[in-house]
Write a protein that binds this ligand. Structure first.
Ligand SMILES: O=C(O)c1cc(=O)[nH]c(=O)n1[C@@H]1O[C@H](COP(=O)(O)O)[C@@H](O)[C@H]1O
Length: 231
């Protein structure tokens, strides 16, 4: 796994909030306890892309989580449009055509493309319901292998699959894991879940944590504890 300069970079805080004012207030409350923020559908479609560009200009790292998936031309041009935001990461779904298009769209921009394998809210029954015959672990491994072949920079999966994914993608690509809960925290809709310490021991590069931080009385303290648990 690539070495980090700053251990705080291991934690990516998911800013799944209703508007930019709420996100700005949370970033201020967390202060220097976090260095990396994710902007997904909720905030992204409510002015969050400009906000992400502002965070990047302040020297914070940003992750644009739009999980793109469309015909190749649309994905390629969409990624190209997003590549000027100064973001560090952008997600696409891990379909070979989509991944190859995203890699073309990001070429030369410095934006790293992450491929989402199987959502952490899916268990075996959910994958079967969606039409997949493979066990989730096998589907994650297949998609990780295809992502590496497509030239993708990193994989989004559950930390439960990190060891097998590392075997598929080698030491230099990134593993980013949502579905992370400090011991005792409510799972919400997450089904393939690990603690920050377990994820780190499994060799992940970054964890993504939303509600346990955004819903906390003291978000800064929770962020600090998560970083410490992964040190
Ligand atoms: O791509 C993601 O970030 C993602 C992939 C995945 O498989 N599961 C997953 O939960 N996420 C995102 O990670 C965040 C997890 O949030 P919490 O469950 O609140 O910690 C959300 O913003 C999800 O959109």
């Amino acid at each position: 796994m690539p070495e980090l300069q700053d251990p705080r970079d291991r934690l990516i805080v998911a800013l799944d909030l209703a508007d930019v004012a709420a996100a700005e207030a949370l970033v201020e409350r967390i202060g220097d306890a976090a260095t990396f923020y994710k902007i997904g559908y909720r905030l992204g479609y409510a002015g969050g892309l400009d906000f992400a560009a502002r965070l990047a200009r302040r020297g914070l790292k940003t992750f644009i989580d739009l999980k793109l998936h469309d015909i190749g031309n649309t994905v390629e041009e969409g990624v190209r449009s997003l590549s000027g935001l100064g973001a560090t990461f952008l997600t696409v779904h891990a379909y070979p055509q989509t991944m190859r298009a995203a890699v073309r769209g990001a070429a030369g921009s410095g934006l790293k493309i992450l491929a989402v394998t199987v959502l952490t809210s899916y268990d075996e029954a959910d994958a079967r319901e969606a039409g997949y015959a493979l066990p989730v672990a096998d589907l994650v491994a297949l998609r990780a292998r295809q992502a590496a072949e497509a030239g993708i920079d990193g994989i989004v999966c559950s930390a439960a699959e990190a060891v097998s994914v590392r075997g598929e993608i080698g030491p230099d690509r990134l593993i980013v894991t949502p579905g992370i809960r400090p011991a005792g925290a409510s799972l919400g809709d997450q089904k393939r879940v690990m603690t920050p310490g377990e994820a780190r021991a499994a060799g992940i590069d970054h964890v993504v944590v939303g509600r346990p931080i955004t819903g906390a009385d003291d978000p800064r303290d929770v962020a600090q504890r998560i970083v410490a648990e992964m040190a």
